[in-house]
Design a protein around this ligand. Structure first.
Ligand SMILES: Cc1ncc(C[n+]2csc(CCOP(=O)(O)OP(=O)(O)O)c2C)c(N)n1
Ligand SMILES: [Mg+2]
Length: 594
């Protein structure tokens, strides 16, 4: 059989180093699937339950490996299903290539079945490069450009392949006018600022007396360098959500998460510092950074378009975090005054005690903070933790203590529900030897994570380490948003939109061949985690948690506190049960002035 365009696509992807593709089949892309089959395992195809989940997997695969993530889907509905997962990659700056089918070239423009204007649909999410192929000799440069642009610019790119073209004989571009002759390969450059700019940055940092660091995903590979710079500057460091694994939480000057899901010591660090060094972070909420003019700022980012966005920086350095900090370090003077750093460490130590007390507050039946509090000391080395969007992201951000060598991620920029289980599956395809834990709300389980457990049931036997645990926070509520309605809008809980059915997640796990555990007493949590980590197969650990424990920001504003009391007065359906000691204490400790 002559080589088809589909065969060439697979061969070229392989030549680029692609070894795994996440996706779902359909007749619009069968020409490429046939070629994948003929390639006899040169590229592993991983079958998701839904194209959106395949795109989340590709995004997470890029996060956990640092390589290109690839997803594939059929024309029409398959291609449109990919979109949310691709936006996840786009907003978190991950290199992902989407390959989709399309109707036959002869049918296009004819209101044909499953004909969607895919170049237009993909124009935003894959704006860096999206092309629909029309001839065989064009396909080579489409693949080469799509991959090089995705890797080089850390963007999403897309190639759309009409189904008849996939089956057409492959043809290299002829040597005539109007053809392209592209090649493969991309080597990541070493990006470091000029010395004069580093000196300007060093001057700002050397003249500060209270230096605060904010590290994000761009610093995940720069742990040693960040620690060395922080030690030299006597600084404290807060971590943006995607930078959770950039610094271990056992360092006394690490203040943990920042922002709505943040900690009090991070808030204090940012409000009291006189100098801010931001490294590899796109953390969005400026109100959690120093007041404009209160601190001098230096920022390091690999992407110029992320510089001086959230705070007007005095020195903006385009550079890789590790490389840049390494050359900056010798220019920094050792700070001798310990007062600032000792103060931060005192705040941090006190805060961990507050978190412990909050986790141990009684609740009905289990306090959700207790779930992550009990998990922290039991986390195995090298674990990968993922979280869904929802109230568990608060406990993931605040309560979970990361150690050196662990990884953690979630849908950061897009903050989409439904990402934790596909992320945790991609974690295993990235590092089959690492244990994996996913934290997920019940709403997100029902949305799509439950279906994706079937993917786990299909593949877990091929993972060298079988420890894969999803912890479900069953609170029969879309709780994060319920609290947003109360605190930010001053509205009572809207039962019609917020309440969700009770589902026996642990029993569902057993039905599909996984292990199910159920906990409805706080003192059973520790041993449940231990059982889950000791299991011989993936586990669904379902915990019945209390929806009345507020996942509030570390400082709520006066307006928010007022809204909250208004919603209570206006008759929240949970009014009776809600004004409990837990909620009252937490709120009291958060209202400024108390
Ligand atoms: C795709 C998507 N839809 C809606 C939202 C808005 N949203 C954020 S958190 C949340 C509630 C999540 O509920 P659940 O998964 O049960 O977690 P809980 O907050 O109850 O712990 C919603 C609706 C979102 N982030 N993503
Ligand atoms: Mg819930």
């Amino acid at each position: 059989m002559a080589k088809t365009v589909g065969d060439f696509v697979v061969e070229r992807l392989h030549a680029w180093g692609v070894r795994k593709i996440f996706g779902y089949p359909g007749d619009g892309i069968n020409g490429v699937f046939g070629a994948l089959n003929r390639a006899d395992g040169k590229i592993e195809f991983i079958q998701a339950r839904h194209e959106e989940m395949a795109a989340f997997m590709a995004s997470a695969y890029a996060k956990f490996t640092g390589e290109l993530g690839v997803c594939i889907a059929t024309s029409g509905p398959g291609a449109s299903h990919l979109i949310t997962g691709l936006y996840d990659a786009r907003l978190d700056h991950m290199p992902v290539l989407a390959i989709t089918g399309q109707q036959s070239r002869n049918a296009m423009g004819g209101h044909y079945q499953q004909e969607v204007d895919l170049p237009s649909l993909y124009k935003d999410v894959a704006g860096a490069f999206v092309e629909q192929a029309s001839t065989a000799p064009q396909v080579r440069h489409l693949i080469d450009r799509a991959i090089r642009i995705a890797l080089g610019e850390r963007r999403v790119t897309a190639i759309i392949l009409p189904n008849d073209l996939q089956d057409a004989p492959y043809q290299d571009p002829p040597r005539i006018h109007g053809t392209l002759h592209s090649g493969i390969g991309f080597a990541k450059p070493k990006t470091v600022p000029y010395e004069a700019d580093l000196r300007r940055a060093a001057d700002v940092l050397n003249s500060g007396e209270k230096v605060a660091l904010l590290v994000g995903a761009g610093a995940l590979h720069a742990t040693d360098e960040v620690i060395a710079v922080a030690d030299r500057l006597g600084a404290g460091a807060a971590k943006a959500l995607l930078g959770k694994a950039a610094l271990p939480d056992d360092l006394p000057w690490v203040t943990g998460s920042i922002g709505m899901l943040g900690t009090k010591p991070s808030w204090e660090l940012m409000t009291e510092c006189d100098t801010l060094l931001m490294i590899g972070s796109g953390f969005p909420y400026s109100e959690f950074l120093p007041k404009e003019g209160k601190a001098r700022g230096v920022q390091i980012d690999i992407a110029p378009d992320m510089l001086s966005l959230r705070y007007p920086m005095e020195v903006n350095l385009v550079g890789d975090a590790a490389e840049t900090l390494r050359v900056l370090l010798p220019m920094l003077k050792q700070k001798s005054d310990r007062k600032w750093r000792d103060g931060i460490a005192k705040n941090v130590a006190a805060w961990w005690k507050v978190l412990e007390a909050r986790a141990k507050e009684p609740a009905e039946p289990v306090n959700p903070q207790r779930v992550t509090w009990e998990l922290s000391p039991r986390l195995p080395d090298r674990v990968i933790v993922t979280s869904d969007s929802g109230s568990c992201a608060n406990w993931f951000a605040r309560d979970l203590k990361m150690r050196r060598g662990m990884m953690a991620s979630l849908s950061g920029g897009l903050a989409s529900m439904g990402a934790a289980v596909p992320y945790a599956i991609a974690a295993k395809f990235s590092h089959p030897d690492r244990p994996v834990v996913a934290l997920v709300g019940d709403g997100a389980m029902q949305m799509n994570n439950m279906a994706e457990l079937i993917t786990v049931a299909k593949y877990w036997r091929q993972w060298s380490d079988h420890r894969w645990i999803v912890c479900v926070f069953n609170n029969e509520d879309l709780n994060q948003v319920t609290w947003e309605q109360r605190v930010m809008e001053g509205d009572p809980k809207f039962n019609a939109s917020q309440q969700i059915p009770n589902v026996p997640y642990h029993k569902y796990a057993e039905l599909i061949g996984l292990k199910g555990l159920y906990v409805d007493r706080p003192d059973a949590l520790g041993s449940a985690w231990e059982q889950a980590f000791a299991a011989d197969r993936p586990v669904v650990l379902e915990v019945k948690t209390d929806p009345e424990v507020p996942p509030l920001p570390p400082h709520i504003t006066f307006a928010e506190a007022k809204h909250l009391s208004e919603s209570l007065i206006k008759g929240d359906p949970h009014e009776g049960g809600m004004i409990k000691e837990t909620a009252r204490q937490v709120i009291a400790s958060l209202v400024p002035g108390k």
